[in-house]
Design a protein around this ligand. Structure first.
Ligand SMILES: Nc1ncnc2c1ncn2[C@@H]1O[C@H](COP(=O)(O)OP(=O)(O)OP(=O)(O)O)[C@@H](O)[C@H]1O
Length: 915
């Protein structure tokens, strides 16, 4: 205890000069301290007043200031031990040179401090304690340094050296601490950062350096005291680690984002490449489709071109190559039809061959002999028959040239006509007329019948007369031939026969019954027939069937053959069933008037064994005209071409602009006129009244009647009143818009030297017109259904004669539109249009025909806002069918291939004939 007190005294700070002034206080403090130490050495608790005094002394700074202390931290970490060892070493060194009780005194002081702190009621924080210890430690170092520096140099050399070493060692203490701390931190960081995944765990362990069990409950103060340095270091390290970690996290983040960025860039590049590839692929596919479409449309175009130029074989080859199943099916079906027709034709020819072995039909011309002999010498077995499926060439080839094969089958026996028969005296046949004659002769030679369908005014009458003359002259076929024509046309026929072939005996079988009986008595005598040709009209075919059917007619020629457009009509039935006729020839300028059905009826009439089913025909060929069948342009054209192939061998049609190049043109002008107030009132009344009538059930009749009444309104109101003569001259014009227009037009036409044909559907209107023309002193003639046959001839002759005084010819469209030659007129007025546009066209062509020298003007009068506008529209539609079927058909001889076959390679003929 004494030692402790001494030590306490020894380590007590030396008294300064100022302290001397307070010496009393210091003595007192020393006493207090000594008393306290005595108590403590006996393990007695410090009374509160002593403790307070000691505390106050201590806190006033006296106790710890300048003390050279050394800490003992037995369980401290290595670094702590090293520090303490260094401190101890320093203290040991000092002890040798100074008094050795200083360390012991310091220990007592520490114990005293600890006791004070233990008994201190106010808790001392860990940091305060740490700071206290640190302060004590530093003070002892400073104290020792001062001691060492203050030592006299007179001591022994060894001691002097030791003291110097200690002095330098202590001076290096701070540096040593710093170096050690840096090295350990670096080492730790290096170690920890090498295994970043362990960091969290290690950090946790660092924070809980010792297990809690090592400290007793309530030893938190102690724990804190132990950890003070460690925590500080840890705090530093932590902050460094955190910093490092932050940097690492930042680096990782950057790396991560860089990777993401790179990946996204890579992805973008990849996407770009993929898009590029996909685009390339899509572009390729698109380009392929475009090319395919272009190829298809090119193919379509070239197929259409082939169709248009009529190269069926090349066309069909292209269709075969294409993958168009629909076209193939159409071709196959129509091919079947063509094959069927071809076989039927062959059957008919064979049958005729057998039944007429004497063969009037065999050509006798020297030129044709060689061509025909082969066929003539053929036995029936050798000739191509319907069941000869083994015609040369592959089935495909047969399919490709089915049209040509049909053509050849029909016209297999050819006879070239180079000059007209000498009996034809009236003029010289034009080249196309000679071709027409040759075509008709070909049908005759092949035991077949046909339709001569040249445009009106191209000389069908003359060509027929030429055929009859040729048969008489070259074939020794004198007839008898029966020519049936509309009554109005009979005089024309009679005149043409007289003009062109006066040597051919012709009788015009017409007139009253007694006149006809007289004719029969004269010409049908027991020795035979006294005529070559009998001309009559349709009515008498029915009326005088009893007599006429007894004759074996060689040729039946029906002019205006479209009369037979209904194969069920009485005339057709009578001719087919009641008459003995070997050959039939139809003449018509308008083979199609309304529908394809009509055309089939004509074909059925001329060749009933071949065109025996309208069903197939219509099924396949009516499609382009049916509203409910959807066909594209090519399909329509194809069907029309196939139809033309069927028709071509049996139908010959030439158009004026093709063959009569010098014929002046015909122009049509539609003149629209307003109706007068009177006409409009009537028009209104008719429509409202008929509307009421329509409700009563008689719909179609009412409609027909309505149409007729409306057309009357459009023409003239006088058609509704009885005594129009009572009106004044001006009234007749003012009452009708069309008359007003005529009133302005006619004087001009007359002054300009034109001559006018005026056609109307209504004879009553012709009456009104007559009144008007008389009022104005226009010279006119009139022809309608009531005009007698002999009178008609005279009228035509008077009108056509040179310097005729007649300015106008009034004609009813029905009676005057057919067969008349009125080419001395150059103006045609269609006062009211027919529902059938072909009727109007026939009327127009009375003037526009061979012999016409001037341009022909056609004026069509139409009342504005009336039914007549609808009639015009309908007319256009109907003309469309005609344009498709007939006009586009190239039914001239060159396009039939017939001419080319005649002139062509004999091998080709043989090939087609199957020989
Ligand atoms: N080769 C010719 N030389 C001179 N005139 C001709 C010739 N051919 C025809 N004609 C004349 O042309 C006119 C019309 O001839 P044709 O009456 O035979 O025609 P079409 O075709 O029968 O007419 P439509 O169909 O109207 O009855 C007639 O006056 C006729 O005399």
């Amino acid at each position: 205890m004494a030692a402790s007190v001494d030590a306490a005294v020894a380590v007590a700070p030396p008294a300064s000069s100022s302290a001397v002034d307070e010496a009393g206080g210091a003595v007192e403090q020393a006493r207090t301290l000594i008393g306290a130490l005595n108590l403590l050495s006996r393990n007695l608790p410090l009374p509160p007043d002593v403790l307070r005094a000691v505390s106050s002394i201590y806190h006033d700074g006296g106790a710890g200031d300048g003390d050279g202390e050394a800490e003992k931290e037995g369980d401290e970490e290595k670094e702590g031990d090293e520090e303490m060892a260094a401190a101890d070493a320093a203290e040991e060194g000092c002890a040798e040179g100074a008094d050795g009780g200083a360390a012991e005194g310091a220990t007592l002081i520490e114990e005293l401090e600890d006791a004070i702190f233990k008994n201190h009621k106010i808790p001392v924080s860990y940091s305060e304690l740490a700071a206290l210890k640190e302060g004590r430690f530093n003070a002892s170092i400073q104290h020792r340094l001062a001691e060492l520096e203050g030592l006299p140099s007179t001591r022994g050399e060894d001691l002097q050296m030791k003291c110097l070493l200690e002095l330098y060692g202590l001076k290096l203490l701070d540096l040593q601490k710093k170096v050690r701390s840096d090295i350990s931190a670096e080492y730790w960081l290096h170690k920890k950062c090498a295994y970043p995944e362990k960091q969290l765990f290690d950090w946790g362990m660092m924070r809980i350096r010792y297990p809690f069990a090592m400290y007793g409950i309530g030893d938190s103060f102690l724990m804190d005291a132990d950890d003070v340095h460690r925590k500080r270091r840890f705090t530093e390290r932590m902050s460094r680690l955190e910093e490092e970690e932050k940097i690492q996290a930042d680096i990782r983040k950057r790396k991560f984002f860089t990777e993401i960025l790179n990946a996204s860039r890579e992805h973008q590049v990849q996407l770009g490449t993929t898009f590029k590839q996909r685009k390339q692929r899509n572009d390729g596919v698109l380009a392929w489709h475009v090319r395919a479409r272009q190829r298809i449309s090119r193919q379509e175009k070239s197929r259409m071109n082939l169709l248009k130029i009529g190269d069926q074989e090349a066309y069909m080859r292209m269709v075969e190559e294409s993958k168009n199943e629909r076209l193939k099916m159409l071709l196959d079906k129509t091919n079947e039809l063509l094959e069927g027709i071809g076989k039927a034709v062959q059957r008919q020819k064979d049958a005729e061959h057998v039944s007429q072995p004497e063969g009037n039909e065999v050509p006798k011309g020297s030129e044709s002999d060689s061509q025909i002999s082969d066929i003539k010498n053929e036995s029936p077995e050798e000739s191509p028959s319907d069941d000869d499926a083994d015609l040369p060439g592959s089935a495909d080839e047969n399919k490709f040239n089915a049209g040509r094969r049909l053509d050849f089958t029909v016209h297999s026996i050819e006879e070239k006509v180079t000059e007209q028969p000498s009996a034809l005296e009236g003029g010289e046949l034009r080249p196309y007329q000679l071709e027409g004659l040759q075509w008709m002769l070909s049908l005759f030679n092949n035991n077949l019948n046909g339709i001569l369908a040249d445009e009106m005014g191209l000389g069908k009458t003359i060509q027929t007369i030429a055929l009859i003359a040729y048969l008489l002259e070259k074939k020794e076929v004198p007839g008898p031939h029966l020519i049936i024509a509309p009554k109005a046309v009979l005089p024309n026929w009679s005149n043409e026969f007289k003009t062109w072939a006066p040597s051919i005996a012709t009788i015009l079988y017409d007139g009253r019954p007694d006149e006809r009986r007289a004719l029969r008595d004269k010409n049908f005598d027991v020795q035979g027939l006294q005529f070559n040709v009998l001309l009559t009209h349709y009515d008498l075919i029915l009326k005088d069937k009893k007599f006429l059917k007894k004759v074996h007619w060689h040729y039946l020629i029906v002019d205006e053959g479209h009369r037979l457009k209904n194969h069920e009509c009485a005339l057709a039935r009578t001719l087919v069933s009641g008459y003995q006729i070997r050959r039939r020839l139809l003449l018509t300028g308008t083979p199609i008037q309304n529908s394809l059905q009509e055309l089939w009826s004509l074909l059925n009439f001329i060749l009933p064994n071949i065109f025996n089913s309208s069903q197939n025909f219509e099924e396949w060929f009516n499609a382009p005209f049916a509203c409910d069948v959807s066909l594209n342009d090519e399909e329509q054209l194809l069907i029309l071409h196939r139809l033309h192939q069927v028709l071509r061998p049996f139908l010959l049609r030439r158009k004026k602009d093709e063959v009569e190049k010098y014929l002046p043109v015909k122009t049509q002008v539609i003149l629209k006129c307003d109706m007068s107030a009177w006409q409009k009132a009537y028009y209104e009344q008719v429509t409202s009244r008929e509307r009421v009538a329509l409700g009563s059930g008689l719909r179609s009749k009412a409609l027909q009647n309505l149409s007729m009444q409306l057309r009357k309104c459009c023409n003239h109101p006088y058609l509704f009143v009885e005594h129009y003569n009572m009106y004044q001259r001006e009234e007749i014009v003012r009452a009708s818009g069309k008359f007003e227009l005529l009133d302005r037009l006619l004087p001009k036409l007359q002054r300009a030297g034109h001559r006018v044909l005026l056609f109307s559907q209504m004879t009553k209107l012709l009456d009104v017109l007559e009144v008007y023309l008389q009022m104005y002193n226009f010279k006119y003639m009139r022809l309608d259904g009531s005009t007698k046959t002999e009178e008609r001839g005279r009228l035509l002759a008077d009108f056509n004669k040179k310097d005729s005084e007649y300015f106008m010819f009034l004609l009813s469209t029905r009676a005057g539109g057919l067969g008349l030659n009125l080419q001395t007129a150059d103006t045609v007025i269609i006062f009211d249009s027919d529902w059938n546009p072909q009727m109007d066209q026939q009327a127009e062509d009375r003037a526009h025909r061979i012999g016409q020298k001037k341009e022909v003007r056609v004026f069509v009068l139409v009342s504005v806002g009336s039914i007549e506008e609808e009639i015009l529209d309908r007319a256009k539609q109907k003309m469309g069918i005609d344009a498709k079927v007939i006009q586009a058909g190239l039914f001239n001889t060159t396009s039939t291939g017939q001419a080319s076959l005649v002139a062509g390679d004999p091998q080709e003929r043989h090939k087609l004939a199957g020989n």
